[in-house]
Design a binder for this molecule. Structure first.
Ligand code: XMP
Length: 524
């Protein structure tokens, strides 16, 4: 739990797929909130966190089922405003003396509702300020069960054809409950509803990046004291922002280790090192270990074997350099909030390993290091905002993600130095094209993969027998799902011509139009 001095809002997670979106909407309003699974929320927990308001998320269960999730009963006497969403509404009604009926999903006469619906107002409610200005309000419903009898003290303020209690409230206690999902895009004015709720709850909107920066600096100083911190830099946004923030807090007590595995893009190592040395004067070990990594990878073609070799060497190398820093007691990591949310899992089973992602996990225990994680409370776009606050150039902050194993997973099959050189040149031209056409910020990630196949071509009057490459560009929110970017044919033609003309060793260019799923973003 956070020790922040900001106004806090508690979101009790009942397992909805979109709980994180509630947090996003609130953070956009400069409201600090935390998501916690319902199993963990006891009254002791609530008192310790001391939230100024509580939101009950939606969830897949049915309150009519015995043993289904509940909020602690005393939370209703805790004296803060509560907003219940969908399952959260049903929990409120059930626990406060109302009635919920199971929905019939098919077979006619059902009360289940999935998708777009329109809510008609009944009376006025401060929570709904700015709603119903143009008639009925579009909302997104996703429920099987429905409230059939309101709890004492509640009145109805909005109805939809299948949800007579679409919006309900007990204004004397500041309890609000809605059957739809205001956090999703398909409830166009949903953000306004959250804005009204936090205003009614008295939030001052004190969650700003400036305040966060100051507070984190104090916290880092208090945690670290006069000890040494080491930080693995990848050149990505998260580890860079973490390093710069920590440097601001403790200066030379921080040493960064940048492991160059020989699988970086064109000029990448020089750019990262220059940015840190020239602009921030941060103590930096540039560990050029490309010989080691490429040597161990020689002759390996299986994707998982390649990943495992890189992951293990990375940890060995990092540890070797960390050992040279006297008195290092802390390891800094750019862990983000989505990585630490303990989401409610109803499936229970472990998910299959699609790819072994590499990170420095396991190091802290092995080396007896404690963690410094100053971004643990932030979402990705907030890290970018903090980076801007810390003066990082926009060109750096907006960089596409780059995977830890680097070009190794963009070179399917065996890796050779020759292939890596060709790939670097092709990738640089592709990214240059994307920037020139003003598309870089619209695309979530773009890169070239060099394919393990040579094809026949004709250039001038001669025959060529060179590598084929694939261009990849995707749109995504978090990398979990992705769609291919719809370049124009003109763009693709122009880019392919440039790559084939300017890069020796490539004579064929394809565009990868696979979404994720079923594909993954990287080729390995
Ligand atoms: P996939 O290929 O799994 O990639 O769809 C999703 C996102 O994760 C990145 N990626 C990695 N990032 N270490 C990382 O730090 C890894 O091992 C790794 N593998 C994939 C990938 O670039 C994309 O952004």
């Amino acid at each position: 739990m956070s020790q922040t001095s900001h106004d806090r809002l508690l979101i009790i997670d009942f397992g909805s797929q979109v709980t994180q979106l509630i947090a996003r909407r609130l953070r956009e309003l400069n409201v600090y909130c935390e998501i916690h699974p319902y199993q963990k929320v006891t009254m002791d927990f609530v008192r310790q966190m001391a939230p100024k308001a509580v939101i009950f998320s939606g969830g897949p269960d049915s309150v009519t089922r015995e043993g289904s999730p509940r909020a602690p009963q005393e939370i209703f006497d805790y004296g803060v405003p509560i907003l219940g969403i969908c399952y959260g509404q049903q929990v409120m009604m059930q626990q406060l003396g109302g009635q919920v009926d199971g929905g019939k999903i098919s077979g006619g006469g059902g009360t289940a509702e999935f998708g777009r619906a329109f809510v008609t107002p009944e009376g006025t409610l401060p929570l709904l300020e700015g709603w119903f200005c143009d008639g009925d309000e579009q909302v997104w419903m996703s429920h099987g069960d429905h409230v059939s009898q309101l709890a004492p003290g509640f009145a109805v303020y909005g109805t939809s054809p299948n949800a007579p209690y679409a919006i309900t409230a007990d204004t004397s206690r500041n309890f609000y409950a809605v059957q739809f999902h205001p956090e999703v895009h398909h409830t166009p004015r949903g953000a306004k509803l959250y804005e009204n709720f936090v205003r009614l709850a008295g939030f001052s909107g004190d969650w700003t990046m400036g305040a966060y920066r100051e507070q984190m600096i104090e916290q880092i100083r208090a945690q670290v004291g006069d000890k040494q911190v080491i930080c693995g830099l990848s050149g990505g946004v998260d580890s860079s922002v973490a390093a710069i923030l920590i440097h601001e807090a403790i200066g030379d007590q921080l040493t960064c280790v940048f492991v160059d595995h020989g699988l970086l893009r064109k000029n990448e190592a020089q750019e990262v090192v220059a940015m840190f040395r020239d602009n921030y004067n941060i103590r930096l070990i540039h560990a050029d270990e490309s010989e080691l990594f490429l040597g161990e990878l020689d002759g390996q073609s299986d994707p998982e074997t390649k990943r495992k070799i890189i992951g293990k060497l990375f940890i060995d190398v990092f540890q070797k350099h960390a050992d040279t820093i006297d008195g290092a007691e802390f390891l800094a990591q750019g862990t983000l909030y989505p990585d630490v949310i303990e989401s409610v899992s109803f499936s229970g089973g472990p998910s299959v390993t699609i790819k072994s992602h590499h990170n420095v996990g396991g190091l802290p225990e092995k080396m007896g290091l404690k963690l410094v994680e100053p971004l643990r409370e932030l979402f990705k776009d907030e890290v970018r905002a903090l980076g801007r606050e810390l003066g990082l150039p926009q060109s750096f902050i907006g960089r596409h993600p780059f995977p830890g194993p680097g070009l190794a997973i963009r070179c399917p099959g065996e890796i050779t130095r020759e292939k890596l050189e060709i790939l670097r040149e092709a990738d640089a031209i592709y990214i240059d094209q994307i920037r020139k056409h003003g598309l870089y910020d619209e695309i979530w990630q773009a890169f070239v993969a060099i394919l393990p196949v040579r094809t026949v071509g004709v250039m001038g009057d001669g025959r060529t027998y060179d590598y084929a490459c694939a261009l990849r560009a995707v749109t995504s929110v978090d990398g979990m799902t992705a769609d291919y970017y719809p370049f124009t044919h003109d763009f693709l033609g122009e880019t392919a011509t440039r790559i084939i003309n300017e890069v020796g060793g490539i004579n064929r260019c394809t565009y990868d139009i696979t979404s994720k799923p079923p594909g993954t973003i990287e080729w390995e």
